[in-house]
Design a protein around this ligand. Structure first.
Ligand code: FAQ
Length: 334
């Protein structure tokens, strides 16, 4: 078995000869792991840039799950039946759980949850563009489940094979839960699509509004994606943004037929030559506006998150005091 090496950071010039030798051996171990497509674990040596990339992606992903609770939580009190309310509550709780697995995975890289949360509430961290759109009707719960969770699955199934162990393992569980989320969304839309003409229209309207934002979840086009190349070389991302977007469009194009609805894109087609699904042009200026904090709900999402963070301060303090008390008690007992 390969030697497991502790991370050695700092410029080579500031390192002792022993540290430099460790770093060289570490780099060689890391390169072999990449070539063999095997996993890197938290205590293994890794390049600083690999660590930073992972913290960037995993923390953004965690923040997305946490902010992503808001658009749906908004409908818990207005769900049309007790059964729908219970299902929606379970889904929103799952998203909180996903955020927690992901913060834990990022913490193994040496960045604390407090730090990541601090960046989020200070407005310095990214989270997925999709959660800055409003949920105006009950059908939006169906569209989010079917399309947003569907896009999340397309993006995240390959991440189960991400080279960083804790991230890949977290994704396995997350994807199982996302599959349930997607089915519940599909089922909401199916019921509406088979309901009254007004209900069918509400479902179609939701699909129309969530289509383009869900395609943008995959990130900018490949030629405008600064991080993809390196992330793919490090076996973090397995497919490019456009490749995953194309797969998602293909999936939607088939499933929408079962719903008896349509996608608001006349240019969707399977290109026999490239063997890829194609879609119409997306408004990337809108995407940039949302990323810059000027989407329809950015301000509201951040305000709610800050309120929740401040309102939860007493819980964090109580948990910290309890943990200190138990640690002191265990020390006495030992
Ligand atoms: N929104 O060079 P790339 C969910 C940023 S979870 C906001 O292509 P990369 C579950 C990107 O960070 C949804 N920012 O970047 C759920 C970068 O900025 P930076 C979240 C975006 O990392 C369902 C810059 O643009 N999923 O839905 C977006 O190689 C229902 C340049 O882009 C994940 O986070 C965007 N859409 O690829 C929850 C999956 N796209 O950091 C509740 C993991 C790009 O340089 C309810 N993440 N940016 O300042 C990933 O797979 C990747 O990070 C990508 C972006 C594909 C999102």
């Amino acid at each position: 078995m390969e030697q497991q090496l502790q991370a050695v950071s700092g410029a080579a010039a500031q390192q002792s000869p022993e540290q430099q030798a460790d770093a060289e051996a570490g780099q060689a171990y890391f390169d072999r792991a990449m070539a063999a497509d095997s996993r890197i674990e938290p205590r293994d040596w890794m390049p600083d840039a690999y660590r930073r990339t992972l913290v960037r992606q995993i923390s953004q992903h965690a923040h997305s799950e946490i902010i992503g609770m808001q658009p749906e939580a908004n409908w818990i009190t207005r769900a049309p039946s007790l059964k729908r309310k219970a299902i929606l509550m379970a889904k929103v709780q799952d998203e909180a759980g996903h955020g927690l697995y992901l913060y834990s995975a990022a913490e193994t890289l040496g960045t604390s949850r407090d730090e990541m949360m601090g960046q989020l509430v200070a407005g310095k961290a990214r989270y997925s563009s999709i959660f800055n759109y409003p949920t105006v009707t009950w059908a939006d719960m169906g569209a989010i489940g079917w399309m947003v969770d569907g896009a999340a699955i397309c993006n995240q199934v390959p991440l189960c094979r991400a080279s960083f162990g804790p991230y890949g393992r977290a994704m396995v569980r997350v994807c199982k839960e996302e599959s349930f989320h997607q089915r519940q969304g599909f089922e909401i839309l199916l019921e509406l699509a088979n309901g009254t003409p007004a209900q069918k229209q509400m479902a179609q309207d939701a699909v129309n509004r969530w289509y383009a934002p869900s395609l943008m979840m995959f990130g900018p086009p490949d030629d405008d994606s600064p991080n993809s190349k390196q992330s793919m070389a490090w076996n973090i991302k397995r497919f490019s943004n456009d490749e995953l977007r194309s797969r998602f469009v293909g999936m939607m194009a088939e499933q929408v037929k079962v719903l008896g609805l349509s996608l608001p894109d006349a240019e969707i087609r399977f290109n026999e030559e490239t063997k890829k699904w194609e879609h119409g042009a997306l408004d990337w200026d809108e995407f940039k506006e949302v990323l810059a904090g000027r989407g329809p709900c950015n301000a509201q999402r951040m305000e709610r998150r800050r309120e929740a963070h401040e309102g939860g301060a007493w819980v964090r303090e109580a948990a910290t005091a309890y943990a200190a008390k138990m640690a002191a008690k265990n020390e006495v007992a030992a």
